[in-house]
Design a protein around this ligand. Sequence first.
Ligand code: SF4
Length: 178
Amino acid sequence: MADYEKLISLSKVYGFTEAAPLDVSTLEFLPEVLDMCVSCPGYGKFWPCPPGCGSLEEMRRRVEAYSRGLLVQTVGQLEDSYDWENMQKTAMLYGESFQKLWDTLRPDYAGLLAMGAGSCGICKECTYPEDKPCRFPERQIVSMSSCGLQVSRVCSDNHLKYYYGPNTISYTGCFLLE
Ligand code: SF4
């Protein structure tokens, strides 16, 4: 079994604000969450976003192989609810931390599945929806929401805060490890 204390410390070294062990059996794949993706700018533009990501049933089957993982989170402070600059900064910090941790975990966990916040974003332009496969399937980041996961519920079911008060923003992702 992975040493989650060590993984949590490492997550913080890589810039995440919080991290916690994830019990994969708490994940619920909700069609109503997927329905909300239609209004997202990433909808129909990336392989790991709907409709390219496949059905909830396919995702449920993919995740069935795992029992444990790690939840990671970056929390940012905003001046007010229109503070776009700090939202972007927090998203960037989250993305950098996610990439660093992923690169470190990959050699140790052969079947590692990374699920992030938002769309994939590895390439400047995704090959979707052209008739071409993903350029880096092994590096593809699946969005938690596009799997029908309600991120706030995943956090509370795994004893991690999701809301940090007014004028804050949090980005949450996870790695399915074992
Ligand atoms: S790795 Fe590139 S081609 Fe593959 S889903 Fe991500 S952005 Fe698209």
